[in-house]
Design a protein around this ligand. Sequence first.
Ligand SMILES: NC(=O)C1=CN([C@@H]2O[C@H](COP(=O)(O)OP(=O)(O)OC[C@H]3O[C@@H](n4cnc5c(N)ncnc54)[C@H](OP(=O)(O)O)[C@@H]3O)[C@@H](O)[C@H]2O)C=CC1
Ligand SMILES: O=C(O)C1=N[C@H](C(=O)O)C[C@H](O)C1
Length: 249
Amino acid sequence: MIKIIVNGSLGKMGKVLTNSIFEDANFELIAGVSKYETENTNYKLYSNILDVKEKADVVIDFSNPESLKDLLTYSKKTKTPLVIATTGYNDDELDMIKEASKEVPIFHSSNMSLGVNLLLKLVEVSAKALTNFDIEIVEKHHNRKVDAPSGTALMLANEIQKVLNNTEFNYGRYGKDAKRKEKEIGIHAVRGGTIVGDHSVIFAGKDEIVELNHIALSKEIFAQGSLKAAKFIVNKENGYYNMKDVVTL
Ligand SMILES: NC(=O)C1=CN([C@@H]2O[C@H](COP(=O)(O)OP(=O)(O)OC[C@H]3O[C@@H](n4cnc5c(N)ncnc54)[C@H](OP(=O)(O)O)[C@@H]3O)[C@@H](O)[C@H]2O)C=CC1
Ligand SMILES: O=C(O)C1=N[C@H](C(=O)O)C[C@H](O)C1
């Protein structure tokens, strides 16, 4: 049985994940962490991960970038492997994650679903094949999402940038001098209602369009993906891992 701490356990994803853990005999919820301890829970709840006393096999994090420093400190200090699903990190924070992975195994992905990880591959193949097509990414999420663009949209854009040289990202084109540059990747964020997660990559060429789209229909897929990641990382060497290490495409 794999013992788990969930950082962000009272958030939308945290609640789905803790329920998934209770329903799966392969996992045990050792403790949860949420910034404000406001609810009675049927598991031990802390307001800061540095206060957690129980020893776990893996920490799964669906929280907010503001908890990153404490999360990495805890993980390094207790040598507990870490699955990071939170999005919205800046470049310095991404560097901190990579640096910490020299001391403890870290699995990091902005999207834990199987489908998006196939989409990453399809996007790579398409960017190689559809030369001189204009590429635009449109992501749609619920009205409670704090970061924009989504971590997934940035993963997709980075995947394309690895294939194409000299591309820059243009976020939410706007204004009277906003004409598209030849090499840019446009990235657009839509927010509304309870949209779980919808990502489209549009390749628009002369007289033809290829559009690749993934729609998440429940948060459960992200919770299940994070548990798969926890299973993967529990006995790994120190290092930086992602879905490409788990999913064979
Ligand atoms: N990789 C993936 O597949 C997916 C990633 N995500 C990402 O996961 C993150 C969480 O999403 P979601 O659950 O919808 O967001 P919520 O805002 O619903 O939940 C975030 C949770 O994190 C807690 N939190 C905030 N700061 C801290 C802190 N310093 N220490 C511990 N807990 C903290 C919040 O506590 P409080 O409410 O008390 O402030 C809250 O419980 C987002 O970054 C989102 O983009 C989401 C879905 C899939
Ligand atoms: O905040 C969310 O809800 C989601 N966030 C992730 C992201 O930013 O890409 C993944 C998923 O789309 C849901």
